[in-house]
Design a protein around this ligand. Structure first.
Ligand code: 28F
Length: 682
């Protein structure tokens, strides 16, 4: 909630919570974090719009209507309660899972304001907060995307997506309450009675089955973990958990009652995550920096696991940032630089030179939690922190502390250094092995002369274009990126392996060239690790002959290297059919529909549009071929894939269409003759 003088500078700054405090309408806006507490009143809420849009497109506000989205309702409510705790106005939060799909969250903070809203004399601040979407003052700086995802869409979204929601407020020594259904008030704000010794807010809600589907219900175990993580992330709050035993599976790991209070903060959290595992260096590297006024506070806990892979879990204002971001990169840089500086101090500079952040982080279990007034989020559901100051702030704070941690325990520091050097050497060894494998493949394979190979030694990131005919082959060799793109021109139609005997197969030079270029062997000898390219791209002319050759090639892979298809390596290039030119402007159309669309949309009314049909790849200017069909940044590719459930029908179709029984093919064509007729009429 926005309030001033609180430790973290107005956690509402972290997100406009229940009611996004916009600029105070009447008074000079109280900047979050300035001393003295601005006691917001109703006037400080900027009203924007009703809640209909939320029910019409819930995905725009909570990222979907699946189970994860359902739990965002709980996250939003507890985040508002956490605002009060982080702002040091609340000391405990209760979370209750009740029968009938109800969830109740209570805090002992200041209580949502209930005074009447000057612009809506009949509505209280509480009702305005609960029933209107907000852009919120904190949103003005553009620090938040209101278009999707979470981070402060506000409790009004929870209200809109709840079949019923009941709020109780204890404030001004009085208890108030109001009920809502699907975002609409169904009672007036009622004064329940005197409450001389109680303060706070309680929100009890039941997610709407019309939105989340019949039987959709919050999962106690997931809510339990979310509630517990908040207590780890802010040691100054006690979180009390209560769950109706009827909601717990017998023997569930979730208790019916629990109290979370972790003054040890992230250290306790990490202990809980990795408890008992052997560490490379002792003790855990933990730290906390609380900035005056709270802006830019942070906490971290880091441990290098001897036997397990690591992880990094990061948070901003107690909100998880599963897609990482600037705080995580600051942590990684601080750890790498700190370790390298230590190496220098102990005369190990050369050994440490090869260490990268991947080596340092490979087995590092780390938690990082930052508090920011106006964080910027990004990512599909706004789950990556983008604030650039976060990386600088984290790097500086962690680095200082890490230098001390290393200097205070040289033997542990050296163990960590040795460990990281080993990781680096292992990584370099693996890469060298891979390159050797590829080089020997080249030597051993005596690659076909027709192959214009790429210089990239690793399969990863390399592509082989199988091109029909020498002229297209020539254009492709000019258009390609020599670093990563190889070209193998094929002469004319290749053998139809579906109806060729083994000896015919073995004698066919084109098949031999192709098999040699790929390096992975065929049939039962196929070895995925020996495949010399990450992507195998069939690039044939966009005409009947080209389609036939593509079919023959796909048949070859399907019969001789099915795993190459299953592992997602086989693609079809999508060359354009037309180039449309008006004056100096040219655009490419993939097919007739695309052509019509572009003719209607891509050109101004003036001047004739020249339409040229690309017959063959060989006649395409090299620049066009590169831009439209080969450049990974601009091209489209069709991946050849067979769903497991379609394997049967696919094998059957290949047999009928390409197999040795012409009558099956003939029948297939007869069954579809009418269709061909239609095509001819067009
Ligand atoms: C169970 C969930 O939502 N707790 C909340 C407050 C306290 C204030 C507040 C909330 C003021 C006008 C923005 C009170 N007094 N728990 C909660 N506790 N919202 S939500 O104010 C909303 C702001 O618009 C509060 C003084 N300042 C803030």
């Amino acid at each position: 909630m926005a309030s001033n003088g609180d430790l973290f500078g107005g956690s509402a700054a972290r997100k406009p919570s229940a009611a996004a405090p916009a600029r105070a309408a009447e008074r000079k806006p109280a900047r979050a974090g300035t001393p003295g507490e601005a006691d917001y009143t109703a006037a400080s809420i900027e009203v924007l719009e009703g809640l209909e849009p939320v029910r019409r497109r819930p995905g725009m506000y909570i990222g979907g209507t699946d189970e994860t989205a359902l739990h965002h309702l709980f996250a939003e409510v507890i985040d508002n309660a956490m605002d009060e705790a982080v702002a040091r106005h609340a000391t405990f939060i209760e979370v209750e899972m009740q029968a009938g799909g109800w969830c109740a969250v209570t805090d002992n903070g200041r209580g949502i304001p209930v005074d009447p809203h000057p612009k809506f004399p009949k509505k209280s601040a509480l009702e305005v907060i609960m029933t209107t979407l907000h852009a919120g003052g904190k949103f003005d700086s553009g620090a938040y995307q209101t278009s999707g995802g979470l981070h402060g869409v506000g409790v009004s979204v929870v209200n809109a997506l709840s079949e019923r929601l009941e709020v109780e407020v204890w404030r001004n020594r009085t208890q108030y309450r109001q009920a809502f259904e699907r975002g609409h008030a169904v009672t007036k704000l009622e004064t329940v009675g005197p409450a001389p010794n109680k303060r706070g807010t309680r929100v009890r809600f039941r997610p709407d089955e019309q939105i989340f589907g019949k039987g959709a219900a919050l999962k106690p175990a997931r809510v339990f973990r979310m509630a517990r993580s908040k207590a780890y992330l802010f040691g100054g709050v006690e979180i009390r958990w209560k769950c109706d035993p009827a909601l717990l599976e017998p023997g569930a790991s979730v208790p019916a009652e629990a109290v979370f209070h972790f003054p040890g903060g992230l250290k306790d959290y990490l202990d809980q995550d990795i408890g008992g595992k052997e560490l490379v260096a002792e003790p855990m590297f933990v730290g906390k920096v609380e900035k005056p006024g709270g802006h830019g506070s942070l906490e971290w806990a880091v441990a290098w696991l001897a036997e397990d892979d690591g992880f990094v879990h990061s948070y901003c204002n107690t909100i998880p940032t599963p897609d990482g971001g600037t705080h995580e990169s600051g942590l990684r840089v601080a750890l790498l630089r700190g370790l390298k500086d230590h190496a220098e101090r102990v005369g190990q500079t050369r050994r440490a030179a090869q260490i990268t952040t991947d080596d340092v982080m490979a087995s590092c279990a780390a938690l990082i939690s930052v508090f920011f007034r106006e964080p910027e989020f990004q990512g599909q559901n706004k789950s990556r922190l983008m604030s650039t100051e976060a990386s600088r702030l984290v790097e500086n704070a962690v680095r200082d502390s890490f230098d001390h941690w290393l200097a205070e325990r040289p033997s542990q520091a050296n163990r960590l250094l040795d460990w990281s050097v080993e990781r680096a050497e292992e990584r370099l060894r693996r890469r060298a092995e891979k390159d050797v494998a590829r080089k020997t493949a080249v030597r051993k394979l005596r690659l076909p002369g027709k192959l214009a190979d790429c210089s990239n030694n690793a399969a990863q990131g390399s592509e082989l274009f199988i091109v029909e005919g020498d002229s297209a082959g020539g254009s492709a060799k000019q258009a390609r990126d020599r670093q990563t793109q190889a070209v193998l021109p094929l002469r004319g139609k290749i053998l139809n392996v579906a109806n060729a005997g083994r000896d015919k197969l073995a004698a066919n030079q084109t098949i031999a060239d192709l098999t040699q270029a790929l390096g992975c062997g065929t049939g039962s000898h196929y070895k995925e690790d020996d495949l010399r390219y990450e992507r195998v791209i069939i690039m044939t002319d966009a005409d009947v002959d080209g389609a036939h050759i593509a079919s023959l090639l796909i048949t070859f892979f399907w019969r001789q290297m099915p795993k190459l298809i299953d592992n997602g390596h086989l693609f079809l290039a999508v060359p354009p059919l037309y180039r449309l030119t008006q004056g100096a402007k040219s655009v490419y159309a993939r097919d007739d529909a695309d052509k019509e669309r572009l003719l209607a949309s891509a050109f101004s009314g003036r001047g004739k549009v020249e339409i040229s049909r690309f017959k063959g790849l060989g006649e395409m200017p090299m620049k066009d071929l590169k831009e439209t069909t080969m450049d990974p940044k601009r091209r489209a590719l069709l991946r050849v894939a067979v769903l497991p459930e379609d394997r049967e029908t696919t094998a059957d179709a290949v047999e009928r269409l390409m197999g040795s029984k012409p009558e099956a093919r003939f029948q297939f064509i007869q069954e579809r003759a009418a269709l061909a007729g239609d095509l001819l009429d067009v």
